[in-house]
Design a protein around this ligand. Sequence first.
Ligand code: T5A
Length: 206
Amino acid sequence: MNPQFISIEGLEGAGKSTQRDVLASWVTERFGQPMVTREPGGTVMAEQIRGVLLAHHEEPVDVWTELLLVFAARRQHLSAAILPALSQGQWVVSDRFTDASYAYQGGGRGIPWDHIVDLERRVLEGFRPDLTLWLDCPAEVGLARARQRGELDRIETEDIAFFERCRAGYERRCQEDPQRFVRLDATGSIESVSAALIQALEARYS
Ligand code: T5A
């Protein structure tokens, strides 16, 4: 089998980082250690862009500036980290990828879907994850978990309606690409979500 690129998606507090580790262990046992990465970020330069994106700024952040920054970071992440790993036969597991731009900048911020489709086509030249595990939960469930951590980044200070629009954006992506997306109910315990995730992996790769 070709090395696979698997993304994990979901709202703040859905459990992406927690389940990413479960996913990475599963891949390690069967196909060797994957490259584990995240977005925005994943390279030194892309992590610097992440810092700009998530910081609080005195000036208003234009929605297009936000979209172009996430895609700039993604292009760098793809060319400097993801593609080199895949070409060496290593699986890649990423905490978020392009679907987050559809969810947050499309659903959340209201940038027309077609503009993101166009940007994705030009910037990523058709590159997509082989499998996307969407940890789905109501915004209030995820935010309650995430907010226990304390200080909020710029995006985390948005209101609940924003995150419900992001969730609707993920739903739309899921419907548009049902072969690639697996939706997992993220409202249960960590253990039950891990079990569902492993079941999805077994179904796809065994
Ligand atoms: N963004 C990103 C865009 O706007 N556009 C884009 O294109 C991209 C790529 C990045 C931000 O950037 C935005 C989206 C985001 O706002 P991030 O750091 O990737 O942010 O993501 P966050 O969602 O902020 O990360 P979180 O850490 O908040 O969420 P996780 O990773 O989903 O959650 P996790 O695993 O850290 O868990 C959070 C807490 O909940 C507990 C954990 O133990 C932890 O304490 N937990 C559970 N508790 C009960 N039951 C469960 N099932 C639990 N699962 C986890």
